[in-house]
Design a protein around this ligand. Structure first.
Ligand code: UT7
Length: 331
């Protein structure tokens, strides 16, 4: 019997209409377009506006795009995973709500939380279910409404993050396409540097936590930056080396979009020129769990069957890693 690999067979995306520009941020905090552009590469990001719209709103739209494009019946989906750091509500998984909303009535669902590495880790999870033969259609969605946890008076975070969602369908393949290898890492020493301090079991919500702004995301940018640069580059290099790949064998680097300088450092380490590096940070900022699938959706037309893609991400926790995937279709 031929080995089963887990291929991505369709991608979809959704970004909200509202565009928050660097110019508008200049009105909110002490910053400027020149600083943001040179230090991060970001020009604008999308913000989900409107009452009663959480992360699921965007996740559903990204999933619906896949259903429309791939023409699959939602009842065929076995599992829906929502990779997110900003679930709609606590306890009840966003993925379960999304599955029901898209008509995936035979699926089960759950959320996967690993900050900016959520989608990358989710790729590993989705692929494992497929490779084992247990399930045939796994829908992995990366979605975050970062604007719901941002303090728009904190220039260290409000300039970076944006809202968005992307999705990928994983299905079995017997021709060798799909996920080839992964190298996933984490280090709990990093949890102090990028976190929401309150609202969890360690420090439940109270009047004080609210007053102290402890429900907003806080990051020590410089520390996170240093770890992101070295670790994303290290794992990408590792995955190339252990798969005997040189830069000539790689068609695309698919890097988490946190900072243009981190992306460039990773690309330089593995010797990839900018025309092989997917980048949309200038348009969306850092959408946390959505960056990788948004890149796939934006670059889908340029991807060819057999292309070698190297994914890399780094996020809070700390969590990070790299995945080598062979693209499975021409669009
Ligand atoms: O996706 C999850 C992982 N997250 C990341 O990977 C993010 C990693 N970190 C970063 O991308 C960068 O650290 C930031 C973009 C957050 C900050 O860039 P930086 O080059 O590390 O700036 P910095 O914090 O070292 O600050 C440099 C200077 C400081 O001024 P002085 O002390 O040199 O006079 C800051 O006060 O820039 C100042 N500054 C700003 N100026 C204008 C900091 N933030 C801003 C701002 N606008 N928004």
């Amino acid at each position: 019997m031929k080995k089963i690999t887990a291929a991505i067979t369709a991608v979809g995306k959704y970004v909200p209409e509202y565009i928050l520009t660097n110019k508008e941020l200049e009105q909110l905090v002490d910053t400027n377009d020149e600083w943001i552009t040179t230090r991060t590469g970001i020009k604008e990001r999308r913000i989900l506006k409107g009452e009663n719209k959480g992360t699921s709103f965007m996740a559903i739209k990204a999933a619906e795009e896949i259903l429309e494009k791939s023409k699959i019946n939602p009842e065929e989906i076995d599992l829906v995973i929502v990779a997110t750091a900003t679930p709609d509500i606590m306890v009840a998984s966003t993925a379960v709500y999304v599955a029901t909303a898209i008509g995936a009535t035979n699926a089960f669902g759950y959320d996967l939380q690993a900050a900016c590495s959520s989608f990358l880790y989710g790729m590993s999870t989705a692929a494992s279910y497929i490779e084992s033969g247990r399930y045939k259609k796994v829908l992995l969605i990366g979605a975050d409404k970062m604007s719901s946890i941002i303090d728009y008076t904190d220039r260290a975070t409000c300039i970076i993050f944006g809202d968005g969602a992307g999705a990928a369908l994983f299905e079995p393949d017997t021709e060798g396409f799909g996920l080839q290898d992964e190298y996933l890492r984490s280090d709990g020493a990093g949890r102090e540097f990028l976190k929401i301090a309150a609202g969890g079991s360690l420090l439940p919500a109270s009047e004080d936590t609210l007053k102290n702004g402890q429900h907003f995301i806080h990051q020590e940018g410089k520390t996170v930056f240093k770890h992101a640069v070295s670790n994303m580059a290290d794992v990408s290099e590792q995955i190339l080396t252990r798969n005997n790949l040189t830069e000539k064998d790689v068609q695309w680097l698919v890097p988490h979009q946190a900072n243009k300088r981190i992306i460039e450092a990773t690309a330089n380490r593995v010797g990839l020129k900018s025309d092989k590096v997917m980048m949309n940070i200038h348009r969306y900022g850092n959408t946390t769990s959505a960056t990788l699938p948004l890149l796939l959706a934006d670059y889908e037309n340029q991807l060819k069957k057999g292309d070698n893609l190297i994914f890399a991400a780094f996020g809070g926790g700390f969590t990070w890693g790299s995945i080598y995937l062979k693209w499975a279709y021409n669009s």
